[in-house]
Write a protein that binds this ligand. Structure first.
Ligand SMILES: O=P(O)(O)OC[C@H]1O[C@H](OP(=O)(O)OP(=O)(O)O)[C@H](O)[C@@H]1O
Ligand SMILES: Nc1ncnc2[nH]cnc12
Length: 176
């Protein structure tokens, strides 16, 4: 079985969660399989090896693979957190979700100017979260060099918000 098929076999689709009209892709089953999780981390890391200086992982599910990808690449990891979780001084950007609205923050000084950054998250949906993270990276003078996601919801066209500036790599795609 190829990697995509193995991942898909660990994803549970729950219609109507967390609210009507949302088709929720629950990939928590992936973490139950250590071998599969390691293969995913290596695949993400191999894809950008030598091309990024730092990994940003977006709270909270973007931390799960984001930090091990950074370790596999031997580069620093930066937590991109929801509003109010990080003490000042911080840098922030606001955005809209598939189901809500929020603000992302990083600790000032953790992303050096000029750094080539991998922005990693679990899901690319409308692209608002990834675009806000890209704003943060640019605000501090760094470069959004690449994006990676476990799951991309193609029908929400989030890719169009970010792909003009860097490559977008997603392991699994859904059409609905
Ligand atoms: O492309 P977008 O429409 O912006 O949506 C994608 C974001 O939505 C989810 O975050 P959520 O706020 O549910 O956070 P969680 O990771 O803490 O569950 C997901 O983890 C992505 O970060
Ligand atoms: N449809 C979805 N399934 C799982 N996680 C998500 N994050 C944003 N949209 C999602």
């Amino acid at each position: 079985m190829n990697l995509q098929k193995k991942i898909e076999s660990h994803i549970r689709i729950v219609e109507g969660f967390p609210k009507e009209g949302i088709s929720f892709k629950d990939f928590s089953g992936v973490f139950q399989n250590a071998e599969l999780s390691k293969e995913i981390i290596e695949t993400f890391a191999d894809h950008v090896r030598g091309e990024v200086d730092l990994v940003c992982g977006i709270e909270s599910r973007g931390f799960i693979f984001g930090f091990p990808i950074a370790l596999a690449l031997n580069v620093p990891f930066v937590m991109v957190r929801k509003q109010g979780k990080l003490p000042p001084p911080i840098v922030s950007a606001s955005y809209e979700l598939e189901y809500g609205e929020a603000t992302l923050e990083i600790v000032e000084g953790q992303i050096p100017a000029g750094a080539r950054v991998l922005i990693h998250d679990d899901v690319l949906a409308t692209g608002g979260t990834a675009a806000a993270c890209s704003e943060l990276v640019k605000k501090v003078g760094a470069i959004p060099a690449s994006y990676s996601f476990l799951v991309e919801l193609d029908f929400l066209n989030g890719r169009s918000k970010i792909e003009s500036e860097a490559e977008v790599f997603s392991l699994i795609h859904y059409q609905s």
